[in-house]
Design a protein around this ligand. Structure first.
Ligand code: UT7
Length: 333
């Protein structure tokens, strides 16, 4: 059986940075509250004329370059996103075209903030089964376009960006060890965005409060309840994935968590007896970039030269649905 290895990593954050103080001019909040309750200090915001696929294309191009291959070497593109350019066609098909590819399959998956973790599990299963040799997997979001910028309970938490990996099926051991995924739709009302229309197009610039988009149905969250459930379920799923693949807690080198709130990240690290310097931390600078958050955090520690060949990484995420999951990865670069 083949094993799925990560052979390239990339990321992209839009140029426009919005600090907590900038945000306090838009909505009734403060830098002190946001820092203390979430660990967030700033977030990147997509440019007016950019689409989610533009962010995804840049991250994907960097991952291809890092892998030392071109789009012609790719057999499939999968984009995890909650903020697609359009209802259809898929953002992945836009990315394929923008990267100069043609003919091979491209599709989106939707598991909100768990999209990348779900995508990695899905693509790994397909690659082990021999369906593809090389796949470009991207998590990309323009969350700023589905937020209500007058709702301080949600708008302070999110940011825009994209992260990507190139996956390759090889005979040699290592790479993706395995994954665990869960969903419980009975909690669907605790974290949701009811209306997609007009979606994440540049026409939906909610930061400009004079547009019709401002104030329309957007991300809604019962923060406290989501927080409690996230801490419990993430604690359970990291233990479950270790047990499933017969790995001891102390064998882990890195926790690469979804970046929703520093307090949630720390709670999971504590359950695993991992120290802060073993945790990929980007929440302060990126905020919650939903499906982009895990690959961006991975890109961050990778580009800093911190991840070493042979190390064991645990990726995890929790999302609206609720949908949550974890992947174990033996680093092979
Ligand atoms: O990515 C998907 C998963 N998402 C998550 O995991 C998010 C989970 N939830 C959280 O991270 C936290 O629940 C929040 C950061 C959203 C909120 O933190 P909290 O400690 O649970 O605060 P809270 O909701 O209990 O609110 C405490 C107070 C309230 O005021 P009162 O009622 O005590 O007077 C809120 O109105 O803080 C107030 N508040 C704010 N104040 C200033 C809520 N948002 C803000 C704000 N600025 N932005």
């Amino acid at each position: 059986m083949k094993h799925t290895h990560i052979i390239g990593v990339g990321g992209y954050l839009p140029e426009n940075v919005m600090s907590n103080d900038d945000l306090a001019k838009v909505v009734d909040t403060s830098d002190a509250w946001i820092r203390e309750r979430t660990g967030i200090t700033q977030r990147h915001i997509i440019a007016k004329d950019e689409y989610t696929s533009d962010l995804a294309t840049r991250a994907g191009a960097q991952a291809l370059e890092d892998a030392g291959i071109s789009i012609d070497d790719i057999d499939a593109i999968v984009v995890a996103t909650t903020t697609p350019d359009m209802i259809f066609p898929s953002t992945a098909s836009m990315v394929q075209h923008k990267l100069g590819g043609k003919g091979f399959p491209a599709w989106d998956i939707q598991a909100v903030c768990s999209g990348f973790v779900y995508g990695l599990a899905q693509v790994d299963a397909m690659m082990r089964g021999g369906m593809f040799k090389r796949v470009l997997l991207i998590g990309a979001e323009s969350m700023s376009r589905i937020l209500d910028w007058q709702d301080r309970n949600t708008c302070v938490l999110f940011g825009d960006g994209a992260g990507a990996v190139v996956l390759e099926a090889r005979d040699e051991d290592g790479g993706i060890v395995g994954s665990v995924l869960h969903c419980d739709g009975s909690y669907r009302d605790l974290l949701l965005a009811k209306h997609a229309h007009p979606g994440a197009s540049p026409h939906n610039n909610r930061l400009d409060l004079n547009t019709d988009a401002a104030g329309v149905a957007a991300v809604e969250m019962k923060g406290n309840e989501v927080f409690r459930f996230a801490v419990t379920k993430l604690g359970e799923v990291v233990k479950e994935v270790l047990e499933k693949y017969d790995i001891q807690q102390n064998e882990l080198d890195w926790l690469v968590p979804h970046q929703a709130n520093i307090r949630i990240l720390n709670a999971t690290a504590k359950k695993l007896n991992m120290s802060t310097d073993q945790v990929a931390l980007t929440v302060a600078k990126h905020a919650n970039t939903s499906a982009a958050s895990v690959p961006l955090a991975l890109n961050d520690i990778y580009r800093a030269g911190k991840v070493k060949k042979g190390q064991l990484l645990l990726l995890e995420a929790f999302a609206g649905g609720f949908a949550w999951g974890a992947n174990l990865v033996r680093w092979s670069k």
